[in-house]
Design a protein around this ligand. Structure first.
Ligand code: SF4
Ligand code: SF4
Length: 147
């Protein structure tokens, strides 16, 4: 989800850079994210500000009420200069975000379903080729799909 600087400037690839529209984080950040035991253990030691939103090895819970949150607590709106501009979002724990987040987007079908704004019309016409492009663009964040 929300990718900063992970996409190399390869002009021959038509898929767009992530524009931080936030759709993926808004959709999955409330209840459909998981973190590994290893991630949670590391947060407990090094990132108590993240760990306090974990309960019984699940994310994300209100540290005060212990109730499940409907939105990711680390999703923030970027202040816009022009009030007419669409909202842009940022992740306040970007370098320590869960693997689930680092691996998104992983599948073209998922991007289409989620209306991810990285996708181009040409990607819809040849999803196999688009998947190869996507795997290349995400090379620093995750292994290729199907591997
Ligand atoms: S942790 Fe960051 S990348 Fe993951 S859902 Fe929250 S804001 Fe998005
Ligand atoms: S839905 Fe796509 S374009 Fe929007 S923030 Fe997520 S990865 Fe970026």
């Amino acid at each position: 989800m929300i990718q900063y600087g992970c996409v190399p400037p390869i002009n021959k690839l038509t898929m767009k850079d992530c524009n931080q529209c936030g759709k993926c984080c808004i959709k999955y950040g409330g209840g459909d994210l998981a973190a590994t035991k290893e991630e949670i253990d590391l947060w407990e030691i090094f990132n108590p500000e993240i760990f306090k939103f974990v309960k019984n090895n699940e994310i994300w819970f209100d540290p005060t009420s212990s109730s499940k949150l409907k939105m990711c607590p680390f999703l923030e709106v970027v202040p816009q200069k022009n009030v007419l501009d669409s909202n842009m979002y940022t992740c306040s724990i970007y370098l320590d975000r869960p693997e689930d987040c680092r691996h998104y987007p992983s599948l073209i079908a998922e991007m289409i379903r989620d209306e991810c704004e990285m996708i181009e019309v040409i990607d819809l016409e040849n999803s196999k080729k688009a998947q190869i492009k996507l795997d290349f663009l995400m090379i620093d964040s995750r292994p290729p799909s199907g591997s």
